[in-house]
Design a protein around this ligand. Structure first.
Ligand SMILES: [Zn+2]
Length: 440
């Protein structure tokens, strides 16, 4: 009799228990869906974006583990992790062996790290990979450059599992650390390594940038940064006097030099150190005897570095105006043979033709090849004389790299995978003999 009275409540308890068990199971299932690399290209992309590899504390290990887990699901791919500097800066190398391994290989590069993000300035958490109602994925790294890193693998997965395609040339994908902080502990070390030499690379595709119209952009060179600090000295004196050759006046002459320069070399003042501090700010009736200014200069590859150094020495910071200067050249402008760091985008470069045709075959249109306004790891490969193009298949998308609210539309991401299927297939089956290879 007692039992009968309790029965409904026992049933209720069982029902509640099984409901919560179901809930636990389904949330576990959802979690697995999220981290399970078997899910789908969009969820894989969003999961990769959720791994925080922003400086100053990039979680390289998590990114490498994630990519390794996915690459391992694609048959025949070989996966290696290299440590070229310290154990906290791994480099992941994925290889798809070609049927003729003696032919020079094709390398697809992307970097694991990203620049920091200020969450308070974003509409959505930059590391949550939020999907908006209109199909945009918001995340740091969505454009620069986690998209290409996974698109390479997705394209290979399609070619391998759906078409059972086998490349003629070996295809490598490198995931390098430290690009956003200059690449010195990443790609710079990699290209000097025995591991890199053994890859026998013939052609490289590295990151590019979005285009705001219907054409894909492609980059054949980077600009190389120079940091210039000019120090002016002059007579100190009372603020009311009009001296000739004061430190400030001597510094102003630089501006005349700036205007005379061609548009292709950019020179931006970045700091000015002058003035005599006082408890309330600066002493207003004293002309300083020392003034220092810093400039960020970007040199395109065709610029003549010797001429630039001469202009700085003779026109911008001449000793006779009490000016001294220091130039820090952050990268080379010439390859090891002395040629400008540019990749030919004409018929003299057979890889270019193959690349261009692959874009057309994918139904895409290429914009006129450009010089990238900033610097990427591509310069390290070009220094070795390797033809290297910067390309990220993103069009009709605002340029938001390093910006707040960086996003990539889902449709653009998915189309990029298709584009890489064409590119990887064309480049890896290219059986011509590029001129650079015959001269090796
Ligand atoms: Zn980048």
């Amino acid at each position: 009799m007692c039992m009968r009275r309790y029965l409904p409540s026992i049933a209720a308890v069982i029902l509640i228990l099984s409901l919560s068990l179901l809930q636990i199971l389904s949330s576990k299932y959802n979690q697995e869906q999220e981290v399970n690399p078997e899910s789908n290209p969009l969820s894989r992309f969003r999961n990769y974006l959720r791994i925080n590899t922003a400086h100053p504390t990039p979680d390289y290990a998590a990114a490498v583990n994630y990519l390794t887990a996915f690459a391992a699901t694609i048959p025949t791919l070989q996966i290696r992790t290299l440590y070229l500097t310290t154990p906290d800066k791994p480099l992941l190398l994925v290889t798809w062996p070609g049927s003729n391994p003696t032919l020079p290989s094709v390398l697809f590069n992307s970097h694991l790290d990203s620049v920091p993000a200020e969450p308070s300035k974003w509409l959505h958490d930059p590391f949550a990979a939020h999907l908006s109602d209109d199909g945009k994925i918001y995340a740091r790294g969505a454009q620069d450059d986690k998209c290409i890193g996974l698109q390479y693998l997705e394209a290979i997965k399609e070619l391998k599992t759906k078409l059972d395609y086998t490349p003629l040339r070996t295809v490598h994908i490198s995931y390098v650390p430290e690009e956003e902080v200059g690449g010195f502990d990443g790609m710079a070390k990699f290209v000097e390594s025995k591991d890199f030499k053994e890859l026998n690379v013939g052609f490289v595709l590295d990151e590019g940038q979005t285009s705001v119209n219907d054409e894909f952009r492609v980059f054949y060179a980077d600009r190389s940064p120079w940091h210039l600090v000019i120090k002016a000295t002059g007579v100190p004196g009372h603020g009311s006097r009009m001296y000739d050759n004061s430190a400030m006046e001597n510094l102003m002459i630089i501006k005349a030099g700036l205007a005379a320069n061609s548009e292709v070399i950019s020179v931006n003042p970045v700091f000015l150190k002058a003035g005599i501090p006082s408890p309330t700010g600066f002493v207003m009736n004293m002309q300083p005897s020392e003034v220092e200014a810093g400039f960020d200069i970007r040199m395109p590859p065709m610029a003549d570095p010797d001429l630039m150094r001469r202009i700085i020495a003779e026109e911008w910071a001449p000793a006779w105006r009490n000016l001294t200067y220091e130039i820090t050249e952050k990268g080379p402008l010439r390859d090891y043979t002395g040629r400008p760091l540019m990749t030919a985008t004409n018929e003299s470069n057979p890889w270019w033709s193959v690349f261009r045709q692959a874009i057309e075959a994918a139904g895409g249109k290429l914009a006129k090849p450009e010089i990238l306004p900033s610097t990427t790891d591509a310069r390290f490969m070009r220094q070795l004389g390797l033809p290297t193009l910067g390309f990220s298949p993103m069009k009709n998308t605002p340029i938001l790299l390093h910006d707040h609210n960086e996003f990539l539309p889902e449709s653009v991401y998915l189309e990029g995978i298709k584009v890489y299927e064409h590119i990887i297939r064309s480049l890896s089956s290219f059986d011509g003999v590029p001129v650079s290879e015959t001269s090796k």
